[in-house]
Design a protein. Structure first.
Length: 145
């Protein structure tokens, strides 16, 4: 049973089942926690919105809600996961790292976010990068139509 997790599966277009299950877990976590927080913020916000903050909350609600599809259509929704890697990676590079480098990160709200965002390392490790390159860069697919 455990060996099957580490063997390419035709069901998942040659991707390892363990990779699929880890990504499903992260899609589920995004959907259950981040989507909930975003929608609560949108529905309960009382004051006039700062346009940039509103854009951020709307984008967060949209992408985390769409991540719910990734629970069932994991490979098709991989671009949502790639989007998450990209924005969190950018934030870590441009916000957290400069603060850390100048010893100003400790004890800040940014430190709390950095501790959450650094967890992207886990799904990055389990992302089927060969599949991503073949499918989304080269435009090829193993899927029979």
């Amino acid at each position: 049973m455990i060996k099957k997790l580490f063997k390419p599966s035709e069901k998942y277009e040659g991707v390892l089942p363990i990779q699929i299950y880890v990504m499903k877990l992260f899609f589920l976590l995004m959907f259950l926690f981040a989507a909930k927080d975003a929608w609560i913020e949108l529905f309960t916000h009382q004051k006039k919105w700062d346009p940039e903050i509103a854009i951020a909350w709307c984008a967060m609600a949209a992408y985390t809600t769409l991540s719910g599809l990734g629970i069932f259509r994991t490979l098709k929704m991989l671009p949502i996961m790639l989007f998450m890697y990209f924005y969190k990676g950018l934030w870590l590079c441009f916000v957290a790292y400069p603060l850390w480098k100048t010893k100003q990160l400790s004890g800040t709200a940014e430190e709390e976010w950095a501790q959450i965002f650094i967890l992207i390392v886990i799904p990055i490790i389990f992302t089927p990068w060969k599949y991503v390159f073949k499918t989304y860069v080269l435009g090829r697919s193993n899927q029979v139509t």
